[in-house]
Each structure stands twice: as C-alpha cells, then as structure tokens.
Write a protein that binds this ligand. Structure first.
Ligand SMILES: [Zn+2]
Length: 103
C-alpha cells in the first residue's frame, strides 16, 4: 500500500481513484470520513487519501495523475522548499508537502 494523493476535496480524490482504476490500478480511499472532523483535528489529518494497493503501481499511478492534471489546469508552480514542479491545482507540493506560497 502506498499513498499517492491526498486532498480536502473528496471529489478530486474520487476522480483520481476512477482514473487509476480505468488504467487497471487498484486503489482505495482512506480517511474520507475524517473531513467532517475538521476543527477538531490538525488540518493535515483531515484530508481524504488515495492509496494504491500494490507499491509497484505507485510510480505509474503518479504519472497518470500528473498527466491528467496537466491537461486542464493552468501552469505548474515551483515549490519554494524543494524546487519540484507542481501542478497548478495542488495547494501543496506533491513531493515534500510544503504549502504553495503566494505568487
Ligand atoms: Zn516541495
């Protein structure tokens, strides 16, 4: 099991799961119900998480999601902490978890 994606936006997490399953990658959503506990838990604990069942699928799954995101969103941004290029819709760096800083 490997976590591949997390978001406060449950719809985005479900969409990502559908994309992976369309490619034959088995995935499951965890912590989905915790979003209702916002305010009582640290925010990072309240994101819905998408996990792939087979670690070997993780790299392919990340590629699928990154490609999908690139298709219909604006330009990528560069993480101020680790320098990784992150897709426009992410509010956190996919690599190191740093929050996007204001432009
Ligand atoms: Zn980063």
């Amino acid at each position: 099991m490997k976590r591949i994606f997390s978001s406060f936006d449950r719809i985005a997490v479900h969409h990502a799961k559908n994309l992976l399953e369309a490619e034959g990658i088995r995935a499951e959503i965890r912590r989905e119900m915790l979003s209702s506990a916002m305010g009582e838990l640290p925010p990072a604990e309240c994101q819905a998480e998408l996990w792939v069942r087979e670690d070997a699928d993780a790299i392919r799954a990340e590629r699928i999601l990154r490609f999908e995101n690139r298709k219909d969103l604006g330009p990528a941004w560069r993480c101020a902490v680790c320098g990784e290029n992150c897709e426009a819709q992410f509010t956190q760096c996919w690599k190191c978890g740093a929050f996007r800083s204001a432009p």
